[in-house]
Write a protein that binds this ligand. Structure first.
Ligand SMILES: *Cc1c(COP(=O)(O)O)cnc(C)c1O
Length: 217
């Protein structure tokens, strides 16, 4: 689907939800996509992207940014603590603050650098044992700990369980954000971004619907 088509669907969902135009940011998820496809979307004027792997992003974004200095890249994949330094140098936002040890590391880096990428706390809304993220019942305490370290997450992020209706998870995430005074909601992917927008998403992460299937090599 073209960028124009995705933008049209996003705008329609935003309007249908009675929300202001421009209140939802489209992250074009460019992981494992060929450079030509990413460049085409950059040339079409899109500027906000999502990546999953530090190594891959470090390989391709310095080059893209030389040509498109105003491009923003958000980390949406699991972040290893030993890659956190490289990540804060590379990314404008990290959507996957998912554990205390990473909060610790990001707080130290923020102090040393005097700045931090925008942060979203990943919540494991389905309480899935194999999935990263703060458990719903642990979220309020985790946010309190973050603030005590001078980290100020701007929102929450979730990846609902595979094969389940994602709407209840989006609703749950929106409720947890509201309860904690957080305005950012990173939720919704290719298959469910319109539902996420109806339920308050501020950042939708769309990969395959925009770029086509990824080539895992
Ligand atoms: C890959 C990925 C996406 C994009 O998924 P699509 O279904 O291709 O839109 C969104 N969010 C996260 C966290 C991802 O890892």
């Amino acid at each position: 689907m073209s960028l124009t088509e995705i933008r049209t669907r996003l705008a329609a969902a935003t309007a249908a939800a009675g929300r202001a135009p421009g209140s939802v940011t489209l992250l074009a998820v460019s992981k494992l996509q060929p450079d030509e496809k990413v460049l085409a979307v950059l040339r079409a004027g899109h500027r906000v992207f999502g990546e999953n792997y530090v190594q891959e992003a470090a390989g391709k974004w310095p080059g893209f940014r030389a040509e498109f200095p105003d491009a923003a890249v958000h980390m949406i994949g699991p972040l290893q603590t030993n890659k956190a330094k490289q990540a804060v140098e590379l990314f404008d936002a990290v959507h996957t603050l998912d554990r205390p040890s990473l909060a610790d590391k990001l707080a130290k880096l923020a102090q040393a650098r005097g700045s931090s990428p925008d942060l979203f706390v990943q919540v494991n809304t389905g309480s899935e044992p194999q999935k990263a993220g703060i458990l719903p019942e642990a979220l309020d305490a985790f946010l309190k700990d973050c603030r005590a370290m001078d980290l100020t997450p701007m929102g929450l992020m979730c990846i609902p369980p595979e094969g389940e209706d994602s709407a209840p998870h989006f609703r749950q995430l929106a409720g947890m954000a509201a309860r904690n005074g957080l305005t950012g909601l990173s939720m919704g992917m290719s298959g469910d971004f319109e539902s996420a927008i109806a339920l308050g998403a501020t950042h939708v992460r769309v990969g395959s619907a925009l770029f086509g299937a990824r080539s895992y090599v």
